[in-house]
Design a protein around this ligand. Structure first.
Ligand SMILES: [Zn+2]
Length: 267
C-alpha cells in the first residue's frame, strides 16, 4: 500500500501539469485537444462576458501569477491587459495563437474573431502544438499524436459543415447582431450582415436601413449572442416577422456550437 502511495506521489511530481491561461472559452477546447492530461487550462473571459471590454477578476490575476503559459488569440481586452499579466508574472510566456492566420477586415478593423472556422482552428492547433512541445519537450510525441488526431477531426467537421450547407445557395446572407462570424462566412461562401454599426446598436435611422437590407437579402432569422443586447435585433425580427436565434461564438462547446449554427443557417 505504502509503495503505491509513494509511486503516485512520484508520478504526480514527474508529470506536473503545465498551467495554462487562455483569453476565451473556445480556446480551452483547442488546448485540451493537444495538451490532454499534461495541461490545466482556464479562461480569462468567463461565460456570458464580452472579450471586447473584459476586465480580469482578482482571483484570476492570482491564477495568472502561477501560470506557465498564456495563449493570446487577438481579442480586444488583450491590448490593455497582456502587459499587466506579464508584470504580474515575469516567468509567464505569452504565445500568440493568431500567428500565420490570414486576417480580414470587418469594415472597420482586422476582424479578431478568428476561431469561428475549422480552417483557422487547424492553424491555431499547430501554434498550440509548437508552444507545448517547446515548453514541455518530454511531451512532444504525445502532443504530436494529439495534433494529428485533432487535425483529422477538424477536417471531418469541415466536411460535415459543407454537407449541411450543400443546398444553401452560394452567397446566401445570414444576419447577426455582433459580426463575429466573418471567417465562417468567408470559408463557406456565405455573407454575414451585421446589425451593429461600428460596434454599437444602430440609431433609429440606421435601423431602418438595416431592416431594408435584411429584407432585400431575404434574411430568415437573426442570430444574437448572450454577451450583447438584442433590442434592435428584436425590432428587426418583429418588423420582418422572422426569428431571433441565440448562438454564441464564445461557447465552451466549440465544435457542437459551430454545427448548431450551421444547421440553423441551413434551415
Ligand atoms: Zn466580438
Amino acid at each position: 500500500m505504502k509503495k503505491v502511495v509513494l509511486l503516485i506521489i512520484i508520478t504526480v511530481q514527474i508529470f506536473a501539469k503545465l498551467n495554462i491561461v487562455v483569453s476565451i472559452q473556445p480556446e480551452i477546447e483547442f488546448v485540451q485537444k493537444i495538451g490532454g492530461d499534461r495541461v490545466d487550462v482556464v479562461s480569462m473571459v468567463e461565460e456570458g462576458s464580452s472579450p471586447h471590454i473584459y476586465e480580469p477578476k482578482i482571483y484570476q490575476m492570482k491564477k495568472l501569477s502561477r501560470a506557465d503559459l498564456y495563449f493570446a488569440i487577438g481579442v480586444e481586452f488583450e491590448k490593455v491587459w497582456l502587459d499587466k499579466f506579464k508584470s504580474q508574472n515575469r516567468k509567464l510566456k505569452i504565445i500568440d495563437l493568431s500567428k500565420d492566420i490570414n486576417r480580414t477586415f470587418d469594415g472597420r478593423e482586422l476582424d479578431p474573431h478568428i476561431w469561428t472556422t475549422p480552417l483557422n482552428v487547424k492553424l491555431i492547433a499547430k501554434n498550440i502544438f509548437n508552444a507545448l512541445s517547446t515548453f514541455d519537450k518530454n511531451g512532444t510525441a504525445y502532443y504530436k499524436q494529439n495534433l494529428d488526431n485533432y487535425l483529422r477531426e477538424l477536417d471531418r467537421l469541415d466536411r460535415e459543415i459543407r454537407d449541411i450547407l450543400k443546398d444553401v445557395p452560394k452567397g446566401s446572407s445570414f444576419m447577426v447582431f455582433h459580426p463575429a462570424w466573418g471567417y465562417f462566412a468567408r470559408d463557406y461562401g456565405l455573407k454575414e450582415l451585421a446589425v451593429e454599426i461600428n460596434g454599437k446598436e444602430p440609431k433609429p435611422k440606421e435601423l431602418i436601413k438595416v431592416i431594408q437590407e435584411a429584407k432585400r437579402a431575404k434574411v430568415k432569422a437573426i442570430f444574437t449572442q448572450p454577451e450583447f443586447p438584442d433590442k434592435s435585433a428584436r425590432i428587426i425580427a418583429d418588423t420582418l416577422k422572422i426569428k431571433v436565434i441565440k448562438v454564441s461564438p464564445l461557447s465552451k462547446d466549440w465544435a457542437n456550437n459551430l454545427l448548431n449554427l450551421t444547421k440553423a443557417i441551413a434551415n
